[in-house]
Write a protein that binds this ligand. Structure first.
Ligand code: BTN
Length: 258
């Protein structure tokens, strides 16, 4: 069943310009797939799809993403950026900044980021982002930015084998939240940031992200290699400096504290 909800009426004009309709499904296998098929049918930029129950959610690097019924936000946004495919990474990073801003507005004390786009509170993961682009030749046709935010979950809702311990808005703020309201808040923050990227360019993304980065100056490990976290390069790759002074750029996979 499809409950269609309009955009919050209180939004200002410039936000409304890029925050399109929010379509809420009772149940979906993955909101990424729903958003993708809507985009293929010509749905405009800014439309977002949310599912109250997501049964086959996808995470990064082929992992699954669990969304217990009615507990968490599973949200996918259609973007049609005039950017090259490599800039898709930057929009995923931008989405993590938007989630961090939104949850701080809801009373979370300090939201930090872990490369590439995990949102952490007190070192526990509260949200993750999956961006999937459809490319024709050298240009991006559209990009689906998928956002999974733990909202009303409690400890017993999380799988016991998580790589990073998890938390939720409820666990951080002590109260339950309305899922569509939380989704609209994320979309509002994302719309403002995305408008800035459109007018000022992608160069604004690395500094915005780095301001919230948990691991600057820390020893980090990636596929058997260890280095100090230095920052992001212009493409959103993570830059590590090894003890011999050589600099390594990481484009995919996981980076963990060493
Ligand atoms: C991660 O691995 O950290 C990214 C998780 C992304 C999950 C979201 S939930 C909404 C959207 N639909 C999916 O199937 N995945 C993304």
């Amino acid at each position: 069943m499809n409950i269609s909800a309009g955009v919050e009426s209180g939004l200002q004009e410039e936000q409304r310009a890029v925050t399109g309709r929010l379509v809420i499904y009772e149940e979906a296998e993955s909101t990424q797939d729903l958003a993708k098929s809507m985009a293929l049918s010509g749905e405009p930029e800014g439309t977002a799809v949310m599912a109250l129950d997501q049964t086959r959610g996808r995470g990064r690097v082929g992992r699954s993403w669990v969304t217990p019924r009615g507990k968490n936000v599973a949200l996918s946004v259609i973007l049609r950026p005039r950017l090259s495919p490599r800039d898709a990474v930057l929009l995923g990073l931008l989405a993590s900044v938007a989630v961090a801003e939104a949850i701080e507005e809801m009373g979370v004390p300090e939201a930090q980021l872990k490369w590439p786009n995990d949102v952490l509170v007190y070192d526990r993961k509260v949200a993750g982002i999956l961006s999937e682009g459809i490319v024709s030749g050298s240009r991006m046709d559209f990009l689906i930015v998928g956002i999974g935010l733990n909202v009303n979950s409690t400890e017993s809702d999380f799988p016991s084998d998580l790589r990073t311990p998890a938390t939720s808005l409820l666990m951080c703020t002590g109260r339950e939240w309305d899922l569509p309201e939380v989704a609209r808040s994320i979309l509002k923050h994302f719309a403002v940031l995305y408008d800035r990227v459109k007018s000022e360019g992608c160069g604004i993304v690395p500094p915005l992200w780095e301001r919230r980065w948990r691991d600057r100056g820390k020893q980090l490990a990636h596929e058997g290699m260890v280095g100090i976290g230095k920052g992001l390069d212009a493409d959103g790759a993570l830059v590590l400096e090894q003890s011999n002074g050589s600099v390594v750029r990481i484009n995919c996979g996981d980076v963990l504290p060493a």
